[in-house]
Design a protein around this ligand. Structure first.
Ligand code: G3P
Ligand code: CA
Length: 295
């Protein structure tokens, strides 16, 4: 073959590569990227009670710790004191986390704020006295951060499983005051609470928490029935204890248009397994593990 012929072949090959092959590869690679991000969207990392295996739960220290560990959102629980102040605590009873007898709803804010919320902390790290925070104190902490941290606010019921009168309005008003409506999802096991929140502030996103009792009743009709009944509430999110989340239930939630969350996932094996199911958020007491394992 002559040198001229060889040059012509090279020129034609270079032309074909520029005009056909390179654009084709670009199209294919962008399809692949889109497909991948569709299958594995980023999972929102949620620090449960701030991250209760790293710091005393539901305290300013735990919320700061969850944020410092890189979580996208913190989860917290709210009750109402006797005099109508929103108190951040998991149980309706004061005892487990403060060693004080009685219930949040029976004590004034002035009395509760004197309590140290470290009684349930058995970790190695030492923390100084942690006062029981009010909801407003946590919101103030959130807006002080350099980056935008989201919130999952769980509205609890009292020791008799009754709704605290006016708690939904109090939560909405505080979120409005701190301009945090858009960054918040209100979650609850009590679905009427969620519907009340929607009436007061339709812009707030809602998440229904699926309890074991719910699964033992509606769940008897199968995963499709559970997903349909949650979707009928008109909420955006559903969340469930990860031990109850099967691939089938996750698919049914997804087909019903719900965003899916799982709690409380605290070890590597389970975080990997649950994230592979394609959930939208994972709530953990180990925000450090979420940071290590999730993109
Ligand atoms: O994030 C939901 C989860 O917090 C519900 O369970 O008992 O920890 O409030 P619990
Ligand atoms: Ca909670």
């Amino acid at each position: 073959m002559t040198t001229t012929k060889l040059r012509r072949i090279h020129t034609v090959a270079a032309f074909a590569a520029t005009v056909f092959i390179i654009p084709l590869l670009c199209i294919l690679s962008s399809c692949t990227t889109k497909e991948t991000s569709h299958i594995m969207p980023p999972i929102t990392k949620v620090a449960h009670r701030g991250g209760s295996l790293l710091a005393p739960e539901n305290t300013l220290a735990s919320f700061q710790r969850g944020i410092d560990e890189g979580c996208d959102a913190i989860e917290l629980d709210v009750h109402l004191s006797q005099d109508g102040v929103l108190i951040v605590m998991h149980d309706p009873s004061l005892f487990r986390t403060t060693e004080r007898e009685g219930y949040v709803g029976e004590w004034s804010y002035a009395a509760i704020k004197e309590l140290d919320a470290r009684s349930s902390w058995h970790g190695e790290e030492e923390y100084g006295v942690q006062r029981v925070p009010t909801f407003e104190e946590v919101l103030a902490l959130i807006v002080r951060q350099e980056r935008q941290v989201a919130l999952q606010v769980e509205i609890k019921t009292d020791q008799n499983n009754h709704r605290y009168e006016g708690i939904e309005e109090a939560v909405v008003n505080a979120l409005r005051e701190y301009d945090l409506i858009e960054r918040t999802v209100i979650i609850s096991f009590d679905f009427p609470t969620l519907l009340t929140v929607r009436e007061i502030e339709p812009a707030l996103r809602l998440g229904a928490l699926v309890s074991r009792t719910y699964l033992e009743t509606i769940g008897l009709d199968g995963p499709a029935a559970v997903a349909a009944s949650i979707a009928d509430l008109g909420v955006e999110y559903v969340a469930i204890n990860y031990t109850y989340l099967s691939a089938k239930l996750s698919d049914e939630f997804r087909h019903s248009g719900l965003l899916i969350g799982a709690w409380t996932v605290n070890n590597e094996k389970d975080i990997r397994r649950i994230s592979a199911m394609g959930v939208d958020f994972i709530t953990s007491d180990r925000p450090d593990l979420l940071r290590e394992l999730l993109p």
